[in-house]
Design a protein around this ligand. Structure first.
Ligand code: HEC
Length: 442
């Protein structure tokens, strides 16, 4: 009974693809990926190599970067050395994670059919299970508490809490309108002051900031941003341009499209999220596939598993990593409202995130066809998106014969923020000559 129900859950994304006839026709990935050339892209561990460090006297490339130079002029073939040096803590990494690898080989295949772009990504994971648990809550006999977190968290480092954080695969995309993205890629977005970076901006500083804090974006930390959104040459986190100036940059397409396939927060509904980077890392307009499953007033879950469909109202720590057990709450598939009187026992676990596919809307729901399968230590993610999403206000739309700039990142083995692997920027041609050429398929 349990297994049958779970098979239903596993098939949920596929079922949703066919069940919801109201959606426009979805992109079909190539039936035979072996026909599409594979390129291996070396991703490496970047530590705290921020925009500001790269332009400091400590980096031999500083002068060239300030005048728009490219990383690849000097760093061709150095990924392995950079990643292994930085992950060890020898340089630019004050807090290394034990046992972490310095590089990841990302296999990339890319195709287009005139209407859609189709990606397939494959990489080996450091962990012997799928990284698909995230923001779990555990009942302690009296109340619900958040459980575990990324490996960088001190309580996880000390062993007091388990490592629990989703794996991710990120695409950054530029159409040539973001100055220096082609040359310097994601390092334009990575700054001192951000979470887990040097000179961290405090919560109070951010909350009190007129543009980022209470009176503006309502944030309490600093995330990715582009130097163009700042008024000073250092691109300091707090020197944000006025809302009008930022709106003009956005209208000019001077933002980077940033999409993340997430092992917990999007994969169970067969999606990736859709965001962009300008004055902050923001989500596109509309409704994204994930929200909180936590009532902030009572600190209790909003939904629990539907026992009729998945066999139990909750899971336990021992179930984590067991492929026969559910791991994500999907509103339209396996959830019922949380019942505080359901007889909760110490050690009961529920996801603190609520997923939906049918509830996504607008530009934030553009990536409706991204599915990852973890098998024998390898993630295989197939991901299709319309070349033109119809949402040019916050997406980079692609044309056949066009050439674009891309960079990739993988968050592997329970990590967040800087503890990821990244690529140097590359060019992407839609049926055109480039570092990565999307070949035509039918
Ligand atoms: C003008 C040449 C040049 C350019 C352009 C350049 N670098 Fe460097 N970079 C160097 C040299 C030389 C080193 C020192 C390497 C060493 O000691 O092995 C270095 C060191 C680094 C390091 C520290 C690792 C170490 O072993 O010292 C990182 C990280 C780095 N560069 C990243 C970048 C990135 C990212 C870009 C583009 C945004 C870039 N560099 C552009 C020349 C350059």
């Amino acid at each position: 009974m349990f297994r049958t129900s779970y098979n239903l859950l596993l098939g949920a994304a596929a079922a949703a693809l066919t069940a919801n006839v109201s959606w426009p026709a979805l992109a079909a990935p190539p039936a035979d990926w072996s026909q599409v050339p594979t390129k291996t892209v070396k991703l490496f561990y970047p530590g705290q190599s921020s925009f500001q460090w790269l332009r400091s006297s400590e980096h031999p490339g500083a002068v060239m970067l300030k005048t728009g130079g490219a990383c690849m002029t000097c760093h061709k073939g150095t990924e392995e050395k950079l990643g292994n040096t930085l992950v060890s803590g020898e340089k630019l990494e004050p807090n290394p994670i034990k046992g972490k690898n310095g590089v990841v080989d990302l296999k990339v295949q890319v195709a287009h059919d005139g209407k859609n772009i189709h990606w397939r990504f494959q990489w080996k994971t450091n962990m012997n299970r799928a990284g698909q648990m995230h923001n779990y809550m555990m009942y302690d006999g009296a109340k619900w508490k958040m459980l575990g977190g990324p490996r960088s968290k001190s309580k996880v480092r000390s062993g007091a809490e388990p490592p629990l954080y989703e794996d991710r695969m990120t695409i950054m995309l530029d159409d040539g309108r973001v100055p220096n993205f082609k040359e310097q890629g994601c390092w334009l977005t990575c700054h001192n002051g951000m979470r887990d970076m040097p000179n961290l901006a405090t919560k109070d500083q951010v909350r009190g900031h007129p543009r980022l804090g209470k009176g503006g974006l309502k944030k309490s930390d600093v995330r990715k941003y582009l130097p163009d959104s700042r008024t000073d040459e250092e691109a300091s986190w707090d020197k944000v341009k006025s809302a009008d100036e930022v709106a003009m940059l956005k209208a000019d397409g001077k933002f980077v499209d940033l999409m993340q396939w997430r092992g917990h927060r999007s994969n169970p509904v067969g999606m990736a999220d859709d965001g962009y980077v300008l004055e902050y890392r923001l989500f596109d307009k509309g409704k994204k596939p994930f929200s909180w499953n936590v009532d902030r007033k009572t600190m209790t879950p909003k939904f629990m598993f539907d026992a009729n469909r998945v066999g139990a109202k909750s899971i336990t720590m021992a179930d984590i990593g067991d492929p026969s057990k559910p791991y994500a709450i999907i509103k339209e598939e396996n959830a019922v409202p949380y019942d505080p009187n359901a007889g909760w026992k110490k050690g009961d676990v529920l996801p603190g995130r609520l997923l939906t596919r049918t509830g996504t809307e607008g530009s934030a729901g553009d990536n409706k066809n991204a599915k990852g399968v973890w098998k024998d230590g390898v993630w295989t993610v197939t991901w299709s998106r319309p070349l033109d999403t119809g949402h040019s206000a916050d997406d980079k739309n692609l044309k056949v014969n066009g050439v674009y700039n891309v960079s990739f990142a993988v968050h592997d083995d329970n990590v967040t923020t800087r503890f990821h692997f990244v690529s140097f920027p590359m060019t992407l041609g839609i049926g055109a000559n480039a570092d990565l050429e999307a070949v035509k398929v039918n």
